[in-house]
Design a protein around this ligand. Structure first.
Ligand SMILES: [Ca+2]
Length: 351
């Protein structure tokens, strides 16, 4: 008799689940409910899109994670002073069906050259028509990055925003110095402290493999801004340094185009322009996004709190203790295949 009752109740539960009359959280209890009510991570992506290919792959990863409900991209700011860097971000946002994401760009910033893929993919045509849609068609269309950062931050709840900076520190350093404006009565540093909960950064080098002369690109290309960021940024910073992305190589073979040219993809096209040999590439910027959106997973270990110290030419070291606002990622080699597999899955995700 008791068995029959159990079976009957089991039947009711299965029926409720099938009809979705009850949320699964009610049936399975609070642990699942907590999991299901986690808010998507509110992201701002600050990138030197076009200087390397990982910026493009990392933006693809953001869109894939947003399609899974794990993050929400609020804005993209570009620290490469080239219109096509912004236009390519816009093109990718259109490709992933989020054409409304605002984009800002640095003025009088580093690396104004076109580079190897942003302009080329933006201008690619089929039968005389642009291959990929975008809204940004003229440099005058693009908002200045610091203004966009202030506008975006001012509209968000306190301590809710995660910023991922995968290029130079130009835009964020300028944000710190920005005066009150129509978006917020707060000075930039106070606005950042109020609205941002975490800054995830690709910068510096604390291990092996390291950059050739010990100086990491994102730092030495705008050293004063990097110095300002690590001295004065008011929120916690987690650094994915050179050795992290260099330890996890993305398999370039996955970017080969099918013989019939089908399935055109603006990240694959960019990869082939940037690395025609299809050799493997480091996953620097992708690791910073992955940590920012899934900080609680055990892909990486995180160092003790400390302080990133820059020398006069831009070499970095990590000092334990200090002001304690900085930490950096560490990698266990046993995790590398798992992270690589996940990143491939996310980059290859299509809408
Ligand atoms: Ca980058």
């Amino acid at each position: 008799m008791r068995g029959a009752w159990t079976l009957k109740w089991l039947g009711v539960v299965v029926l409720l689940m099938a009809t979705e009359a009850w949320p699964r959280s009610v049936i399975f209890g609070s642990a699942l409910m907590e999991q299901e009510t986690v808010e998507p991570v509110r992201l701002i992506y600050d990138t030197d899109m076009g200087n390397d290919i990982d910026d493009a792959m990392a933006l693809a990863v953001i869109h894939a994670l947003q399609d899974r409900g794990e993050c929400r991209l609020l804005a993209v700011t570009v620290s490469k002073d080239n219109f096509y860097a912004a236009a390519y971000c816009d093109l990718l946002n259109h490709f992933y069906r989020r054409p409304g994401i605002p984009i800002g760009i640095v003025r009088n910033g580093p690396t104004p050259e076109d580079g190897l893929y942003v302009r080329q993919v933006c201008e690619a045509k089929d039968q005389g028509r642009l291959r990929y849609a975008r809204s940004l068609t003229r440099p005058g269309d693009v908002e200045e990055a610091t203004a966009l950062l202030r506008r975006t931050l001012a509209s968000q709840p306190d301590h809710s925003v995660t910023v991922v900076q995968v290029g130079f520190s130009t835009n964020l350093a300028r944000l710190l110095d920005s005066p009150p404006d129509r978006y917020s009565p707060l000075q930039g540093k106070d606005l950042a402290a109020r609205k941002i909960r975490l800054l995830s950064v690709v910068a510096g080098s604390f291990g092996q493999p390291g950059p050739k002369d010990g100086r990491e690109y994102n730092i030495y290309k705008d050293l004063p801004s990097a110095r300002k960021l690590f001295d004065a940024w008011p929120t916690p910073i987690v650094v994915s340094a050179y050795e992290i992305g260099a330890s996890i190589l993305y398999p370039g073979e996955r970017m080969r185009q099918s013989d019939d040219g089908a399935g055109r993809h603006p990240v694959r096209e960019a990869y082939r322009l940037y690395v025609p040999s299809l050799s493997d590439r480091p996953t620097w910027d992708l690791t910073s996004v992955l940590y920012a959106v899934r900080p609680g997973r055990d892909y990486f270990r995180v160092s003790e709190p400390g302080e990133v110290i820059l020398d006069s030419v831009g070499r970095t070291r990590f000092k334990r203790g200090g002001h304690g606002r900085h930490r950096h990622l560490k990698i266990d080699n046993r995790q590398v295949p798992r992270i690589r597999e996940l990143l491939v899955e996310l980059v290859e995700h299509t809408r």
